[in-house]
Design a protein around this ligand. Structure first.
Ligand code: LLP
Length: 422
């Protein structure tokens, strides 16, 4: 895969904290477009990509689109030189529609529904440069039945997993990939059956940092070993994504250069190109979710602060107990005393909370920003409680534009059909 060069600026800090965002601009966007509102900064996406590309200069960087599929984000990354790793037919469609050349698109099929394979096989017949990654022999059979004999990558279960929560550790989970000790045989068989076997793939999990990086290294070392023992010459060894980002102010960012060095060392000598699949790292700190205080209720040990964003807009706290920083955007926030505030959304579930934050005494109508919302934020939003999904705005230098309009209640009920007898 070719990559156009990106200009890494000297002003490219390894992390953008919530406090680094321009409060005045965010306040204006909240006033103009309403809340809840996702804001994604394309300039920061470019910076994150530039850092990744310079840490892994000879590797293919394939953006894991599942973190944020905004067309503007995809186009920005494609223009910077990234490939796109897709988790479904829908994501392949989005990657191609965003102008990603098929040779840089990789579809990772996880227990793929038949429709996804129909789509992938048909797309590959028109664009044979597309690569399909399979994690079971069964999937190879199903592709063959559909007439596909193109570029095939084998997902391996390396037996080591890592990640910020047990729900996102894939490496040792039997659901993902062909068992390591069967990989060689499966590669040889696929080759004999006429597929163009181009690579091997594994992914330890998501949100890896600190000591968990040992597991990442172990995974890479096993993949290097497999590449050397592969019965088929490989074009690439894809070691997945999972590069963690700091969600709390006291957490340090990853030292990407040393992660890259350790990855190279662990991989050892291989004839194939290294590929990585960062999702979160490229988009998380480039996005915030703007919301507004709608209810303030004093309680014994502080206050409950009701906001107009909930678990339907940002599911990570409810789903993984994830921490997201929160900042008041009230113009006089600095002058207010800080109080313990339990921030809760409008959904009828006790899990619909964003935790307790020391916020400048919140008042009804205050705009707030929720940090690190650029990855797995809008993507995991849903319409539970019949709540419309928010709008998303992209900013780029002094430009800004809505790239996904806010849903209305009419959108939420749009798919309903009348059942004739009730
Ligand atoms: N490659 C594969 C095959 C993956 O399954 C994933 C993420 C990635 C790459 C990218 O991982 P990242 O670099 O973003 O960590 N919803 C969860 C994360 C689930 C990730 C699933 N797979 C969250 O909000 O933390």
């Amino acid at each position: 895969m070719s990559r156009t060069s990106t200009t890494a600026t000297t002003e490219n800090p390894p992390v953008r904290r919530l406090s680094d965002w321009d409060a005045g601009r965010l306040r204006e966007l909240a006033d103009e477009h309403g809340t809840p509102l996702y804001v994604q900064d394309l300039e920061r996406v470019r910076e994150n990509y530039a850092r990744m590309a310079s840490a892994f200069p000879d590797a293919d960087v394939r953006y894991a689109a599942k973190a944020n599929t905004s067309r503007a984000v995809l186009r920005t990354l494609v223009a910077a030189g990234a490939g796109i790793e897709c988790a479904s037919a829908g994501e392949v469609e989005r990657a191609l529609a965003a102008g990603c050349p098929a040779e840089r698109v990789q579809y990772t099929a996880v227990n793929p529904p038949g429709e996804d394979l129909d789509y992938a096989a048909e797309t590959a017949s028109e664009r044979p440069e597309l690569t399909i990654t399979v994690g079971a022999r069964d999937t190879i059979d199903r592709l063959e039945e559909r007439g596909f004999d193109g570029r095939l990558c084998l997902r391996v279960n390396p037996g080591v997993g890592a990640g910020h929560h047990e729900k996102v550790q894939t490496g040792a989970d039997a659901k993902f990939g062909v068992p390591y000790d069967r990989a060689r045989k499966t590669l040889a068989e696929a080759d004999e059956r006429g597929f163009d076997v181009v690579g091997i793939h594994a992914h330890a999990g998501s949100g890896i940092s600190g000591e968990a990086l040992d597991s990442h290294r172990e995974l890479v070392s096993r993949m290097g070993q497999l590449a050397r023992e592969s019965p088929v010459a490989l074009e690439f060894v894809d070691v997945g994504g999972g590069f963690g980002v700091p969600y709390r102010p006291e957490e340090e960012p990853l030292d990407l250069e040393s992660v890259a060095r350790a990855t190279r060392e662990a991989l050892g000598e291989v004839e194939a190109t290294l590929a990585v699949e960062p999702g979160r790292y490229l988009v998380a700190d480039a996005g915030v979710l703007l919301t507004r205080v709608n209810t303030v209720k004093p309680v014994a040990d502080g206050r409950v602060v009701g906001i107009d964003a909930g678990m339907t807009h940002l599911a990570r706290p409810a789903m993984y107990d994830a921490h997201h920083e929160m900042r008041s955007l009230a113009p006089d926030a600095e002058d207010r005393e800080r109080v313990a505030s339990t921030v809760a959304g409008p959904i009828c579930e006790s899990g619909d909370t964003f935790g307790t934050h020391a916020l400048p005494i919140p008042e009804r109508g205050d705009p707030l920003a929720i940090g690190n919302a650029g990855a797995y934020g809008y993507e995991m939003s849903n319409q539970y409680n019949s709540r419309p999904r928010p709008a998303t705005v992209v900013v780029d230098g002094t430009n800004d534009a809505v790239d996904r309009r806010r849903e209305t209640i009419a959108d939420v009920t749009r798919l309903e059909r009348r059942v004739p007898w009730v």
